[in-house]
Design a binder for this molecule. Structure first.
Ligand SMILES: Nc1ncnc2c1ncn2[C@@H]1O[C@H](COP(=O)(O)OP(=O)(O)O)[C@@H](O)[C@H]1O
Ligand SMILES: [Mg+2]
Length: 351
């Protein structure tokens, strides 16, 4: 799976630009503000319909213009597909080979990306919500079942929280909803556990390719109760134990909505013990491991690393570039590249 051509019209600072990419490493080079991030942002839009920066559609339209147009050709196997996204008067329309799509999730069949952007350096040290989002996003991409279970759980959670806020609580109703909530939590925790296990199977190898410290990285998933055959029984006990607290606080205090994971290096939590550099490398390795974990029917995603190189020392930079050469298609953005490398396709925005 790769992206071959990209046409940007009134997208952020790009008035009208066309790019042709190659397989392997594409390095987008230019000074600050030259539109590098915007290009990879447009690629992420082709893959998901959304900006990875979380920007609203109208922010993407070039100031002073009243529409934007993005056109891309993607290639999967030998089949080329044309994707078109336009935003007119704040209204977004997405077309695959000329046909308007109903759901943005249809784009995943055309292009799948794994992105790393500068603000994600806080992934391990920031709020647990960010790490849950990483897991949920990664698992949902390959499993509509997981996404459906998450939505079902969220609905039940809102219902339970509503009951907890009532002046006179209907105990029977609370028990029924609690039981349903516990049942809905099981596949979520099981699939998170399974995904983390799959990531762990790749993480060490990836980490050792980009860091020579020989430290052993591990992702430790922390579900609200251990994933095992006794999950339902233990979850019931946990909810019973939490009930007094839930009633006092009028909110559900346990469940997958509180799950977290951490990464350890030789058994020590990177978020609390690791250097900034180790945090950065661990997150890059995590992202690259997630690139490796794809189900057999899926194609490997395109990797986007926005502004990663500038933050790394020369040794890590070289090691990372060597590793990236093994990936089908990669986009990196940088203000400059130190050495000329024939294996890197350069898109120079100053020319
Ligand atoms: N909707 C928009 N219209 C016009 N310019 C924009 C818009 N959104 C962002 N920009 C401009 O684009 C430039 C940033 O582009 P960006 O892709 O982040 O650059 P780089 O990654 O090369 O530093 C900034 O100068 C910003 O002001
Ligand atoms: Mg940038």
């Amino acid at each position: 799976m790769l992206i071959d051509k990209l046409h940007l019209e009134n997208f952020r600072s790009h008035t009208m630009n066309d790019y042709v990419f190659s397989s392997g490493i594409n390095a987008i080079i230019g000074p600050n503000g030259s539109g590098k991030t915007s290009i990879v942002e447009a690629i992420s839009l082709i893959a998901s319909g959304h900006s990875f920066k979380g920007a609203e559609d109208k922010e993407l339209v070039r100031r002073g213009a009243n529409y934007l147009n993005i056109e891309a050709t993607t290639i999967k196997g030998k089949i080329a597909t044309k994707v078109k996204i336009n935003v007119v008067n704040g209204q977004k329309r997405v077309y695959i080979d000329g046909t308007a799509i109903k759901r943005l999730s249809e784009l995943i069949e055309v292009l799948n990306v794994v992105t790393f952007e500068p603000k994600e350096v806080g992934l391990l040290q920031g709020a647990p919500r960010l790490r849950r989002k990483f897991l949920d996003f990664a698992i949902s991409k390959s499993s509509p079942f997981y996404l459906a279970k998450l939505q079902e759980y969220d609905k039940l959670l809102s219902e339970r929280n509503k009951i907890l806020k009532e002046d006179e609580i209907d105990e029977t109703h609370l028990n029924i909803v609690t039981d349903l909530l516990i049942k809905a939590s099981q596949p979520i925790c099981e699939m998170r556990e399974k995904y983390v296990k799959a990531l762990n199977a790749c993480l060490g190898k990836v980490y050792s390719r980009i860091d020579s410290s020989k430290k052993n990285p591990k992702i430790v998933y922390e579900p609200f109760v251990k994933v095992s055959d006794a999950f339902l029984i233990e979850a019931k006990t946990a909810f019973k134990d939490a009930l007094t607290n839930d009633l006092a606080k009028k909110v559900t205090s346990i469940g997958p909505q509180k799950d977290d994971f951490l990464i350890t290096l030789n058994g020590e939590n990177v978020a609390t013990y690791g250097s900034q550099g180790e945090n950065r490398i661990a997150i890059i390795a995590l992202k690259l491991a997630s690139h490796q974990v794809v189900t057999s029917r899926e194609e490997k995603p395109v990797v986007i690393l926005d502004d990663v190189l500038s933050e790394l020392d020369d040794v890590h930079k070289d090691k990372l570039l060597t590793y990236l050469k093994t990936i089908d298609q990669v986009f990196i953005t940088a203000t400059h590249l130190k050495k000329k490398d024939d294996a890197v396709h350069i898109i120079d925005l100053t020319k």
